[in-house]
Design a protein around this ligand. Structure first.
Ligand code: SF4
Length: 179
């Protein structure tokens, strides 16, 4: 990591932003963090989505479409340590329920359903195409650290960030994974 403040970028794949919201539950630790690291981009924290080179890249959500694949690879290429943030990013989460059905059937059900109007499945030019399966991050890119939970608790987030700032990869034993 760089000698001055470590830089951080966060981004969302397909998720509910709940993992990012949980970050706000660290309360006054946010003030300490502001002294210890520098957020360079984050759609939630500062509404900047361009990913530049950073020390720590944090990704929330499942990879379910081609845009997610692109953003995940971009973050991987631009960060030293990549953190999977929350169950969706770590394991695929609730989005993997769609893996039991073919993509074509899911699109048909969601966009057409029983409607008798002129509904259409959107062109991938306008809405990113779904990947064949919904996947956790490490099925697509290399992941260095996992912060699980749906969403991760404030305690785990704090522990994870503290370890990363100490230059260590956080290891969560079973005591930290009990809710
Ligand atoms: S892990 Fe839970 S809180 Fe986080 S994005 Fe997925 S569904 Fe939302």
């Amino acid at each position: 990591m760089a000698e001055d403040k470590p830089t951080v970028a966060t981004a969302c794949m397909c998720g509910c932003s709940g993992c990012h919201m949980s970050f706000l539950d660290v309360d006054e630790f946010v003030k300490e963090l502001a002294e210890l690291l520098e957020f360079q981009s984050s759609h939630v924290i500062m509404d900047i989505k361009d990913i530049e080179e950073v020390d720590i890249g944090i990704l929330e959500g499942t990879i379910t479409n081609e845009e997610n694949v692109e953003v995940a690879k971009e973050m991987r290429d631009n960060c030293e340590i990549l953190v999977a943030w929350g169950d969706c990013a770590c394991f695929g989460g609730i989005m993997t329920m769609r893996n039991f059905e073919p993509v074509e059937d899911i699109l048909e059900e969601c966009y057409i359903g029983k409607s008798d109007d002129e509904s259409e499945i959107p062109d991938p030019e306008h809405v990113p195409a779904l990947t064949e399966k919904a996947r956790g991050l490490d099925e697509v890119i290399e992941v260095d650290a996992y912060i699980p939970g749906c969403p991760p608790s404030a305690d785990i987030i704090r522990y994870g960030l503290e370890k990363l700032l100490e230059g260590e990869i956080p290891k969560l034993d079973k005591d930290k994974l009990r809710y």
